[in-house]
Design a protein. Sequence first.
Length: 192
Amino acid sequence: MTLRRLLCVTLAGAVCAAPALAQTYKWKDAQGRTHYSDTPPPADARAATEKKLQPSVVEQGPSYAEREAMKNAPVTVWLGNECDKLCESAQALLKSRGIAYSEQRITTEEQKQAFATRFKVKEARVPAIAAGADQLMGFSADAWTRLLDRAGYPAKGSAKPQPPKPAAAAPEAPEGAAAEGNGQTTEPPAPR
């Protein structure tokens, strides 16, 4: 009995698998009508073609919730050259959640001023994040997670990490010019 059942199951599997491996034929008959079938066309068929069916592949992309969050609350992150550990932690959080974001490096005085104006502060403190109108300065994994949750981002998004972009060259300062407040000369950031 067991051998008989095994044989039946094997035959049933072969019968079910056959359509998946089937070929499709297209041809025109003598009256010019187009036919499609999984059996070869008759000998008098004209313009016969054969196509092997391939399994369909569904590509995964952002979910509806993720697409809506990206549309309504795009994420921008501000980073600087002096916040290595904090900036790395911030980027690691975004990558682990699969969040697509744009990155702004603050390297010049003009960029610092624009940042201070946007965040309504006297001094730029990075890393900082904005998701739509909601924004935070400084990094706290819990606070950034709450901000992304409020913006509607799923716990695990589909964004793939992007290769780092080369940093834009900062305008050259006259030799010996010091950056405001810290007595150091300004240099463009080194690419990561």
